[in-house]
Design a protein around this ligand. Structure first.
Ligand SMILES: Nc1nc2c(c(=O)[nH]1)N[C@H]1C(S)=C(S)[C@@H](COP(=O)(O)O)O[C@H]1N2
Ligand SMILES: [Mo]
Length: 501
């Protein structure tokens, strides 16, 4: 039970003194950074969006095992169990104090946790010893000693669980940043996205043109969502620049916000996958900020950094290109960025996978070179540069939902950011390729919806989709995995058509 007291005391201290220094979460983040790529992919494969929950449960089980071991050791030899907690405390200390954004206070939760856990272990094992000694001596005190031990353990366990969970929930819910975000009013944008007639098709089962924030995929290495109040947010632009620039949130807003419709895509998106979404982003062009800093001639990359230490390497010319709307975004689909999507400021760069461009909780942009600096995913098996590959997806019919015979509508989305989609074709049962109808594009950086009407006959049918971009380039047919720079291949799906009922 000492382990539970350890964790609980650490969580309470974290709640009171150092919100970002939970030893358990810090240890989890260390695990995320050091496990090999195949293990990460396996976890995502097996648990999907619950991969972080799985990690936490595993850590929790680990705590129980260490806890039991400490108890057994302490029973055998005084201080042996305490030594285990001391080691755990030092490990926690290393984890919390080496995380990006750590302060001296970050040392407190693991220290106080280890002290409280050890004190409790010492007291409970002491009580256990007295009880056993009394039992061996067959003295009348045996019953009171037993009661004392059981009471101590039960009270310790319940207090630890209630107070520890309470403190964690408190840390997450009263995070004042959530309240600040709710109260935040952004200035009117200088321009808004115009959605042409026919941009949004109304077909059951088809992805909406703009992905609601609540449904927008989330991918990051952050075990707990970083919380930065706009008032505390500062962006530093440094490195190979003529002038080092520092910018606060209000200064950024004063540069003038414009709205852009951009489809974001994750390099981990499998063919037919859903790690892709479109939003209306409100932001300031990155080139306007870089203009203030005057990048050196020899520079070719911007290493953007998040408050939690994540970094992305973006080609400098993608950020300065006047025809590409790379922005520092502050809003998503008409509201301030949700905390999980990078509040208060993130990057959005059309045409580049998120891991090389879309840094959330942005705090620093260092102008540098690809030769000199590496981003988070580069030594972990992913390319330093990664343009999004043009792709298409079938949303309906779904493989797991039979449809009735008769007129049916096959529909989906297709994207080729910075270029635009020219054509989407569908092949049914190996027959001729048929051109699908396309929605009116909102911009070259936005996906289009497509559909094809079909007379579905009873039986099982195979559907294949492929897209061609406005440069006349067709989507690659060859299947390649997501590493090192994005999957390719035409999505093929099977539809069951059967009589209703
Ligand atoms: N700070 C931070 N920003 C990050 C990441 C991250 O791990 N940490 N992941 C990137 C990746 S891989 C993608 S695909 C996008 C996803 O953005 P979203 O979660 O808002 O959809 O964020 C990018 N920005
Ligand atoms: Mo990603």
């Amino acid at each position: 039970m000492g382990g539970a007291v350890f964790i609980a005391a650490a969580e309470i201290t974290a709640f009171l003194a150092a919100r970002d220094a939970s030893p358990l979460l810090a240890a989890g983040s260390v695990v995320i950074d050091i496990v090999p790529q195949w293990a990460k992919e396996l976890a995502i494969e097996l648990f999907g969006a619950n991969d972080k929950l799985f990690l936490l449960v595993t850590l929790g089980v680990g705590v129980l095992v260490v806890d039991a071991a400490a108890g057994v050791l302490e029973r055998r030899r005084r201080w042996a169990g305490v030594a285990v907690f001391a080691v755990a405390g030092v490990a926690g200390l290393i984890a919390t104090t080496t995380r990006a954004g750590a302060t001296p206070l970050s040392a407190l939760p693991p220290l106080i946790g280890a002290l409280a856990g050890s004190a409790f272990l010492n007291a409970s094992i002491g009580a256990l010893r007295r009880w056993h000694a009394a039992e061996v001596a067959d003295s009348g005190a045996s019953r009171t000693d037993r009661r004392r031990f059981l009471l101590l353990t039960a009270v310790g366990a319940v207090t630890a669980i209630v107070a520890g969970t309470g403190a964690r929930i408190g840390t997450m819910a009263t995070s004042s940043v959530a309240a600040v975000r709710r109260a935040l009013r952004l200035p009117e944008p200088l321009s808004k996205v115009t959605v042409p007639a026919g941009a949004e098709l109304d077909i059951p089962g088809l992805s909406p043109l703009f992905t609601p924030n609540a449904d927008f995929y989330r991918v990051d290495t952050a075990l707990s969502v970083p919380s930065i109040a706009p008032a505390d947010w500062r962006l530093t632009v440094d490195g190979m620049v003529g002038r080092r620039v520092e910018l606060g949130f209000d200064e950024l807003l004063h540069m003038g916000l414009r709205e852009y419709a951009v489809t974001l895509t994750c390099v981990s998106n499998q063919v037919g996958g859903n790690l892709v979404g479109t939003a209306r982003w409100l932001g300031v062009p990155v080139r306007e900020i870089l203009d203030l800093a005057r990048p050196a001639e020899a520079a070719d990359m911007v290493l953007s950094r998040s408050i939690d230490g994540f970094t992305a390497s973006t080609p400098l010319d993608a950020l300065t290109d006047p025809t590409r709307d790379a922005i520092l975004a502050v809003a998503m689909n008409g509201e301030p960025l949700p905390l999980e999507h990078g509040f208060p400021v993130r990057m959005v760069v059309p045409g580049l996978y998120g891991y090389v461009s879309a840094t959330k909780w942005l705090t620093q942009m260092t102008v540098t070179t690809f030769e000199k600096d590496q981003a988070y995913w580069t030594p972990r098996g992913y390319s330093a540069q990664a343009p999004i590959k043009l792709s298409s997806r079938i949303d309906t019919p779904r493989i797991d939902k039979a449809i009735v015979p008769g007129p049916a509508r096959i529909a989906g989305v297709a994207w080729a950011q910075t270029v635009g989609i020219e054509r989407v074709e569908v092949q049914i049962d190996g027959g001729p390729w048929r051109s699908a109808a396309l929605s009116a594009p909102v911009s070259k950086d936005t996906w289009v919806q497509w559909f094809l009407d079909w007379n579905a006959t009873s039986g099982t049918h195979t559907l294949v989709v492929r897209a061609t971009d406005r440069n006349g380039r067709m989507q690659d047919q060859e299947r390649t995995p997501i590493a090192p720079n994005g999957s390719t291949g035409w999505q093929s799906t099977v539809v069951r058509v059967g009589a209703a009922g």
